[in-house]
Design a protein around this ligand. Structure first.
Ligand SMILES: [Zn+2]
Length: 105
Protein backbone atom coordinates (compact mmCIF):
# COMPACT_ATOMS: atom_id res chain seq x y z
CA UNK A 1 0.00 0.00 0.00
CA UNK A 2 2.46 2.69 -1.04
CA UNK A 3 -0.22 5.35 -1.36
CA UNK A 4 -1.48 4.96 2.16
CA UNK A 5 0.45 6.21 5.11
CA UNK A 6 -0.03 6.89 8.77
CA UNK A 7 0.50 10.43 9.82
CA UNK A 8 0.97 11.32 13.48
CA UNK A 9 -0.54 14.54 14.62
CA UNK A 10 -0.07 16.04 18.04
CA UNK A 11 -2.40 18.46 19.75
CA UNK A 12 -1.69 20.14 23.05
CA UNK A 13 -4.51 20.02 25.53
CA UNK A 14 -5.43 22.60 28.08
CA UNK A 15 -4.33 20.84 31.24
CA UNK A 16 -2.27 21.77 34.23
CA UNK A 17 -1.79 19.66 37.31
CA UNK A 18 0.73 20.64 39.99
CA UNK A 19 2.68 17.65 41.25
CA UNK A 20 5.39 16.68 43.60
CA UNK A 21 7.21 14.51 41.13
CA UNK A 22 7.72 10.92 42.23
CA UNK A 23 10.56 10.67 39.74
CA UNK A 24 12.87 13.61 40.43
CA UNK A 25 11.36 14.71 43.75
CA UNK A 26 10.82 18.29 42.60
CA UNK A 27 7.69 20.34 42.31
CA UNK A 28 6.46 20.48 38.77
CA UNK A 29 3.31 19.91 36.81
CA UNK A 30 1.73 17.58 34.33
CA UNK A 31 0.74 18.90 30.99
CA UNK A 32 -1.17 16.81 28.51
CA UNK A 33 -1.35 16.28 24.81
CA UNK A 34 -3.15 14.00 22.45
CA UNK A 35 -1.67 12.04 19.60
CA UNK A 36 -3.72 11.08 16.57
CA UNK A 37 -2.67 8.43 14.13
CA UNK A 38 -4.35 9.45 10.93
CA UNK A 39 -4.57 7.21 7.91
CA UNK A 40 -3.87 9.21 4.78
CA UNK A 41 -4.20 8.50 1.12
CA UNK A 42 -1.37 10.53 -0.38
CA UNK A 43 -1.87 13.72 1.64
CA UNK A 44 -5.59 13.39 2.17
CA UNK A 45 -6.54 12.45 5.73
CA UNK A 46 -9.10 9.65 5.71
CA UNK A 47 -9.79 8.84 9.34
CA UNK A 48 -8.17 8.58 12.72
CA UNK A 49 -7.08 5.03 13.47
CA UNK A 50 -5.72 5.65 16.91
CA UNK A 51 -6.00 8.27 19.59
CA UNK A 52 -3.70 8.32 22.58
CA UNK A 53 -3.40 10.62 25.54
CA UNK A 54 -0.11 11.58 27.09
CA UNK A 55 1.05 13.55 30.09
CA UNK A 56 4.44 15.20 30.41
CA UNK A 57 6.07 16.27 33.65
CA UNK A 58 7.58 19.71 33.21
CA UNK A 59 10.23 19.18 35.88
CA UNK A 60 12.04 16.27 34.25
CA UNK A 61 10.20 15.86 30.93
CA UNK A 62 9.05 12.35 31.59
CA UNK A 63 6.36 11.17 29.24
CA UNK A 64 3.46 9.11 30.51
CA UNK A 65 0.74 7.37 28.64
CA UNK A 66 -2.62 8.22 30.20
CA UNK A 67 -4.07 4.74 30.57
CA UNK A 68 -7.31 6.06 31.99
CA UNK A 69 -8.91 7.09 28.70
CA UNK A 70 -11.96 8.43 30.51
CA UNK A 71 -9.75 11.09 32.06
CA UNK A 72 -8.05 11.69 28.74
CA UNK A 73 -11.39 12.36 27.08
CA UNK A 74 -12.41 14.65 29.92
CA UNK A 75 -9.28 16.75 29.38
CA UNK A 76 -10.02 16.73 25.68
CA UNK A 77 -13.53 18.05 26.41
CA UNK A 78 -11.92 20.93 28.32
CA UNK A 79 -12.93 19.46 31.67
CA UNK A 80 -9.34 19.11 32.75
CA UNK A 81 -10.03 21.12 35.89
CA UNK A 82 -12.08 18.12 37.09
CA UNK A 83 -9.33 15.65 36.38
CA UNK A 84 -6.68 14.58 38.79
CA UNK A 85 -4.21 12.11 37.33
CA UNK A 86 -3.09 9.44 39.73
CA UNK A 87 -0.02 7.30 39.41
CA UNK A 88 -2.16 4.30 38.45
CA UNK A 89 -3.63 6.28 35.54
CA UNK A 90 -0.20 6.75 34.05
CA UNK A 91 2.28 4.47 32.42
CA UNK A 92 5.80 5.91 32.21
CA UNK A 93 7.25 5.72 28.71
CA UNK A 94 10.65 7.21 29.38
CA UNK A 95 12.75 6.91 32.48
CA UNK A 96 15.20 9.76 31.97
CA UNK A 97 17.52 8.27 34.53
CA UNK A 98 14.82 8.18 37.18
CA UNK A 99 14.35 5.17 39.33
CA UNK A 100 10.69 4.49 39.89
CA UNK A 101 9.46 1.94 42.38
CA UNK A 102 9.14 -0.72 39.66
CA UNK A 103 12.72 -0.26 38.53
CA UNK A 104 14.28 -0.68 41.96
CA UNK A 105 15.80 -4.11 42.05
ZN1 LIG B 1 10.21 15.24 37.77
Amino acid sequence: MPFFNIYIERENMDFYQPILCSCCGKYGRYEAYIEYHVLRFFCIPLFTVKKKFFAVSTCCNNIYLIKNREKGFMIKRKQGYNVFLLEKDLEPLSENGCHGTDAAF
